[in-house]
Design a protein around this ligand. Sequence first.
Ligand SMILES: *Cc1c(COP(=O)(O)O)cnc(C)c1O
Length: 363
Amino acid sequence: MKFKISEQIATIKPYVAGKPLKEVEREYHISNPIKLASNENPIGFSPKVYDAVSQHMKDMNRYPESSAYVLNNKLAKKFHITPQNIVLGNGSDDIIALLAHGFLNPGDEALMPLPSFLMYEISVKTAKGVPVMVPLADFATNLEGLVDSISSKTRLIFITNPFNPTGSTITCDEFNEFSQNVPDDVIIVVDEAYIEFVRDDAVYNSLKNPLQDPRVVTLRTFSKAYGLAGFRVGYGIMDSQIAEILNRIRQPFNVNSLAQVAAVAALDDEAFLNKSIRTTHDGLDFLFDELAGIGIRCLPTQSNFLMLDLEIDATQVFEQMLKLGVIVRSMSSYGYDTFLRVNTGTKEENIAFIQALKKVLKK
Ligand SMILES: *Cc1c(COP(=O)(O)O)cnc(C)c1O
């Protein structure tokens, strides 16, 4: 190629998503494979979403409302904040990118755990910033290591609570101690994509006291507990001055009108949300029991997925599971060669996963 690619961007490895269902159907000639690889919601989404979206279809010749007035006001009311504290995104991925572009000058540093959600690194590099990665300590965020890595160039710190991919968490006490050691001019991004699934009350939840610390930017998503991954809606809650910057640089129509309507309807159906959380907890309890029964070690989790240690090369197991029509995630690209990550499915899917795993491991 005769064009010169930006040096930072040349170092970006393409994002590897969970294998899509259709791809497995095509490549392995399997009908009805089961996907437990992208932490999606196995029970779908609220029927209210379906109705609201169907009704809105007739207006799709119009541009979306850029302010997403109804959704913004609904979220503001839910969290006792103002619409000026909210930034909506085409998934929370979008807001991660906006933060990197809004707050990094070339060469500025953004700290993050290693491994972590790939979008942090990709967005920071795309914004010409420098990702500084701090290895996990015993599968959990190394908060002391993050503090030790702060330099005069640090502008952003990304933390994920509960953590993807290990499922570990940060307690309130741990967060408070950590934040006291972060300088005033550093933004702490707390990605709470899985917070709805947390069962342990000691876990930090930044929206129990929203905006208490002006450095904290909370990221939430409709992709997991609400089951709207395909619609692409996420939101950030933050100090209004930070929000103002992000709203200046976002695409004016970054949340499409069906996504806005879907998110509003999803917020109106608390019964569905509770059912989705209950299904997840039942699924985790079942999987932990079954895996313990065949002597497989799992990491504790507060999310909708768990990591299991096969103590053999997990990529091979992953591939054999694919042939049986069960898609999970090998953790080798995260540096955990013997681990799989699996999210909870429906009862039937969880049973099918265990059966396939037993077959592959000859247990
Ligand atoms: C799934 C996930 C998200 C959500 O991404 P969307 O763009 O909102 O679908 C964000 N952060 C982490 C760590 C995730 O695992």
